[in-house]
Ligand binder design. Structure first.
Ligand SMILES: [Mg+2]
Length: 188
């Protein structure tokens, strides 16, 4: 006869495996690294903003999955390669201790290649929400541009617009990722 203890353990195992996750979706340029008109695609110009590493660690420690969603149209335009971008992402992961769960990027630009992955379309977010079983009600997106906020609102996420931008469509506004992290963790 199966004991109640085994049944309880099985129950919690199933909940753990199939439970929903709270997630923070992050735009990259202007949120994690300093934005650059001519694109941040080499390590010389990929400057991680002060407070970002500590903020990512604080969010991770609070149980959030960390998922980056970034437009990288410079690839479609032939300005830089995926390998150069990946070198920046490897550097970022090393700097934060590999705590970013996944980095989605859209290499497209409408002048060359249309794609639903490119924000303000929502396909990158939809993939992340599905793959990481995001609990919408407890998940957030942090971005600096209106085109980050639009798809996140469409998906029902709470949103924080940072870096001095306020298009009036985000649910919250904060100075930077550090301030946004404080805002999220204050609501725990
Ligand atoms: Mg940005």
């Amino acid at each position: 006869m199966v004991s109640y203890l085994v049944i309880a353990q099985l129950y919690f195992y199933v909940i753990e495996c199939y439970g929903m996750n709270k997630c923070v979706f992050l735009d990259r340029d202007g949120v994690i690294n300093k934005d650059r008109v001519n694109y941040a695609y080499d390590l010389e110009h990929f400057i991680i903003i002060d407070g970002v590493i500590e903020s990512l660690k604080a969010l991770k420690n609070a149980g959030y999955r960390l998922i980056v969603v970034t437009n990288q149209s410079g690839i479609a335009k032939g300005i830089y390669t995926r390998e150069q971008m990946r070198a920046c992402h490897d550097y970022l992961q090393q700097a934060c201790g590999n705590i970013i769960d996944h980095i989605y990027y859209s290499p497209c630009h409408p002048s060359i290649s249309e794609s639903l992955t490119r924000k303000p379309d929502s396909l990158m977010l939809e993939k992340g929400i599905a793959r990481f079983q995001a609990d919408i009600d407890s998940s957030w997106l942090i971005g600096d541009k209106g085109r980050d906020i639009v798809p996140a609102r469409k998906m029902g996420l709470k949103t924080i617009q940072v870096d001095g931008h306020d298009d009036g469509i985000a649910t919250h506004v904060a100075a930077d990722l550090k301030a946004a992290t404080s805002l999220i963790l204050a609501g725990q």
